[in-house]
Write a protein that binds this ligand. Sequence first.
Ligand SMILES: Nc1ncnc2c1ncn2[C@@H]1O[C@H](COP(=O)(O)OP(=O)(O)OP(=O)(O)O)[C@@H](O)[C@H]1O
Ligand SMILES: [Mg+2]
Length: 248
Amino acid sequence: MAIDPAKGTAVHVRSVNKSFGDGAARLHVLKDVHLEAYTGEIMMLVGPSGCGKTTLLSAIAGTLRIDSGEIDVFGNELQQMRNSALTRFRAANIGFIFQQFNLIPTLSCAENVSVPLLIRGIPASTAKKRAREALDSVGMGDRWNERPGKLSGGQQQRIAIARALVHEPPLVICDEPTAALDAANGEIVLDLFRQVARSANRAVIIVTHDSRIFSYADRIARMDDGRIVEVHHVIPGEAPHFEHELPH
Ligand SMILES: Nc1ncnc2c1ncn2[C@@H]1O[C@H](COP(=O)(O)OP(=O)(O)OP(=O)(O)O)[C@@H](O)[C@H]1O
Ligand SMILES: [Mg+2]
């Protein structure tokens, strides 16, 4: 199935390499990675533990510098940006849900969710109102004044999702967004991501091991040992078929 030409390219990853460590301990984690994500779609990235998924997401989100190659996000080449410009670009354009939720323990849920708005100069009263709306959308409206440490893993995950969506970034990147969620909350969250992907000029990239949510994907890219080895177009109503078994 060809990509709809009306869709724009949100992310273009070209020949990306990334290693960690030096000398004999050097680990080549991303090996000449090529990948595209389009506006109007949910793209899922799957693959075995340790194959480089979080590393690739971090590079696309601009939180990790690559060794070589290019990562273009909405026409902006991340490697060309200085750290300060990259930080501003990220704050305005990318909502990132980390594998470890990275909530700030000393702030309430509403304050955590307000952070992306406050960074963008939105007045505190407006930020608080929007934060509480975002918490409502993930079913956490009644816990707005609590500290994250008092919440379960699934509840913390939903706070992190509200924080990633509250400023309506054009690119939403999520590392295992449903890992701690039950089926009902997983559906609520995926419906939110679908709304993002269906609004104009926005895109969603999700790393997941959760086969329950594959049907929400427009495309699924399979990664193995630092490379993208297969990209599958999901046909609505059909179970995704891969040439190789997916990891569970
Ligand atoms: N900051 C780092 N320093 C050194 N090695 C790292 C670093 N980050 C990741 N690695 C290594 O890179 C490899 C890929 O890690 P990554 O976190 O990208 O895997 P993953 O596909 O997200 O796995 P999982 O499904 O378990 O989350 C691993 O071998 C890991 O040990
Ligand atoms: Mg990971």
